[in-house]
Ligand binder design. Structure first.
Ligand code: ATP
Length: 262
């Protein structure tokens, strides 16, 4: 079940991606409209991070192509913000929280301008949005995992991009913060940005995302949440992981659960 759209903000055509000549993503064809909060769901090893990395041009495709805003990635890089998984970053790098968030503003500054008051204000506003203002002068190495994650999201906000790609931004973040940041991302999507998030929890995915990409080495589904979140698609995505499926399909059947709301 794959919904294709006209004038997509992101178009992926026949994308196959391999590590050491072994394909881990096969023939992915999808397109996304602007102004959506998009969740990428799938079991461990499904290729979710690989998909994000290949959209960002970090892994060359074996076949196929990606177009963003109808252009190749290199023409539009400044309009894209990427939040990698927290574990993939060296957090012992000596930098303050404010420095890290200010880095988000550099792309728009150009080569020879140094960040000034405008950039600092933007960075502070971004920290405020993730509830981290009080930590601005702290070293990033001194923060908890969840706090580091929030700083990373603030850096992405300071980038003022049009397309955001976030790889498990909620790993290690507490529930209250997750809900607050989801709301923030939803507001960004309502303002016309496209936010794509690799996410593990199907329950919160049903509440928060507008559009879901369901992946298991192949693309199982891509479309508005209400059209793709059903038992058949979950079974195709998660296969025999029946405990999980039972829990989720029970949730879908619950009278008070309405996947259209939220
Ligand atoms: N650098 C790499 N070299 C070789 N194989 C890799 C590499 N990175 C990922 N893989 C393999 O590619 C497959 C897809 O990995 P990927 O990290 O994209 O999955 P994922 O859906 O993000 O998983 P998770 O939910 O566990 O983070 C896995 O089988 C993984 O072992």
């Amino acid at each position: 079940m794959i919904t294709q759209v006209e004038n997509p903000i992101l178009e992926i055509h026949d994308l196959t991606v391999s590590y050491d000549q072994n394909p881990v993503l096969w023939n992915v064809d999808l397109s996304l409209p602007a102004g959506n909060l998009v969740g990428i769901l799938g079991p461990n090893g499904a290729g979710k991070s690989t998909l994000i990395k290949s959209i960002m041009g970090l892994i060359p495709p074996t076949s196929g192509y990606v177009k963003i805003f109808d252009k190749p990635l290199n023409d539009v890089r400044a309009r894209i913000s990427y939040v990698p998984q927290r574990e993939s970053v060296d957090w012992n790098f000596p930098a303050s929280v404010l420095d890290v968030v200010m880095m988000g503003t550099y792309g728009k500054l150009g080569l020879f301008r140094r960040p000034g008051k405008k950039e600092k204000d933007l960075a502070m506003r971004s920290l405020e949005q993730v509830g981290m203002t009080g930590f601005a002068k702290r070293q990033i190495s001194e923060l908890s995992g969840g706090q580091q994650q929030r700083v990373f999201i603030a850096r992405a906000l300071a980038q003022e991009a049009d397309l955001y790609l976030m790889d498990e931004p909620f790993a290690g973040v507490d529930m209250a913060t997750e809900t607050a940041i989801f709301q923030l991302l939803k507001d960004m999507a309502s303002a016309g940005k496209t936010v794509i998030v690799v996410h593990h929890d199907i329950h919160s995915a049903m509440n928060f995302f507008d559009w879901l990409i369901m992946l298991n080495l192949h693309l199982v589904a891509s479309g508005p949440k209400e059209t793709v979140m059903n038992e058949e698609m979950l079974r195709k995505t998660y296969g025999g992981k029946l405990n999980l499926l039972t829990r989720v399909t029970d949730l879908i059947r619950q009278k008070d659960f309405n996947p259209l709301k939220g």
